[in-house]
Write a protein that binds this ligand. Sequence first.
Ligand SMILES: Cc1cc2nc3c(=O)[nH]c(=O)nc-3n(C[C@H](O)[C@H](O)[C@H](O)COP(=O)(O)OP(=O)(O)OC[C@H]3O[C@@H](n4cnc5c(N)ncnc54)[C@H](O)[C@@H]3O)c2cc1C
Length: 483
Amino acid sequence: MAPNDSVPGLVTADPGLPRPNPTHSYWQHIPHALADVQSPDLPTDQDFAIIGSGITGLAVAKTLLEQHPTATVTVLEARALCSGATGRNGGQMAANAGEQYSSLAETHGAETAGKIVDFTFRNLEKMQELIREYDAVELSEMQNLRKLRVFLTQGKFNEFKRSIEHLEADHPSKKGLYTIVDADTVVKNHGIHGTFGGALLPAGTVWPYRLVTKVFSALLEMYPERLKLETYTPVESVEYTSPSLSPAGAINFYTLRTPRGPLRAGVVIHCTNGYSGHLLPKLRGLVHPFKGTMTVQDPGNSVPNRGAAFSWGFHYPPSSDPQTKRVGYGLYYLGQSAKSGYFYFGGENARVDESVTADDSFVAEHSVGHLQSVLPKFFGKTDISNWRLIGSWSGIMGETPDGLPIVGQLSPALTGREGDGEWIAAAFNGYGMANSLMSGEALALMILGEDVSSWLPIAYGLGEKRLRETLTIPKAVDALSKL
Ligand SMILES: Cc1cc2nc3c(=O)[nH]c(=O)nc-3n(C[C@H](O)[C@H](O)[C@H](O)COP(=O)(O)OP(=O)(O)OC[C@H]3O[C@@H](n4cnc5c(N)ncnc54)[C@H](O)[C@@H]3O)c2cc1C
């Protein structure tokens, strides 16, 4: 790394605005009719301004529209609709709270750790309910399946088993959620080679771009007067200004500056994921961008299509190559299209300075090459003459030092601005499909004055203790420096 690319410099850098020319994600290869939707003129006054049109922005917008009888809602998106992480991810609907249980319980106690397990698994069910409610099972190619997590070292497998034992001891109702399988069964029943064992858990796969765009489109039809989608409208700054009266009589304090002119709003909701630090400089380091690499690979006919029944995760201890300085971050994730047999395969093998960045305008050749070389081996394949790379791209996740999302109201100390009308739901640490929908819903309900503390894990909030102890720049630096 160059000296100014030191880990503290990387995590606290301004992520900037989403780059205007992102890599081409396979999920978006047929753009939705609303991909570049915008009003002829940007609305001037709205009750709620949501920044970001991924699954979190969608969940906030949907809940506000459903729960408030008159509110006007504008979603501002820097690029095309749903062109951030949600339109560029791995399509895995899977939770990771079981494997994290021991460390969560150690930091937050058994009750909160159990709530995180409940929240993430319930969120996955709600994803499937949303897909059914909007008649998107076919369109989004949703599969309700089992995920096979496998472990590439004995140490990782033991650590995982201990965490599941800990979960089951603290919360006996969770017995049966994870089914441990030994290495022989992994090869014989699942055709996966080179592991020390694994576990099966309930999960799913989905085409998230198709889901999110379909629901946005349905909301626009349902609420034509109250919802506006403004794509290609980057918010360049948020200012707390003197109050103005909206057409509905509300007092708006915020001005959002965009290249299409200003928009005034009473409440500003940041659903900006890895880019959050751009409009919220005081969050830099507490949330940092992390660039992920995805591939679509066609195995030809060399591997049976199990995409309707299984998805896969491959876990190994993170390590760094002393020569190339490339880090293997510990996880590969895999789904398979039940229709085409194509594999959707992602995972990171790149230098820290290549990974801690918000630039998804290119994808490193060596990261793609790595994903091409490891996948056939998991299936015991050496002859890969029929194996083809269909596509590759990068996308930007939001990460926090403690690995948990941030959901809640932003104090003036965090916005650097007056006022208490700014809120955030962001940084799902690579597990948005297990968190974003209910986090967005919870945030909207909190904004409307409801108490969600019985189901939103307190550890996702921006409480003083978290800001003092676990959500800190030194912790972020520490986590990355160990690699
Ligand atoms: C390569 C990759 C693979 C992943 N795989 C999985 C997976 O398999 N399963 C899983 O659960 N999760 C996965 N994730 C994570 C998951 O995609 C995210 O957690 C989730 O999509 C976050 O949704 P979001 O709406 O919060 O953010 P995003 O979808 O990133 O949306 C944020 C939006 O805000 C916009 N924006 C930002 N700043 C501004 C601004 N100033 N003005 C206007 N607009 C702005 C962005 O353009 C973007 O569209 C993956 C992520 C990546 C990148």
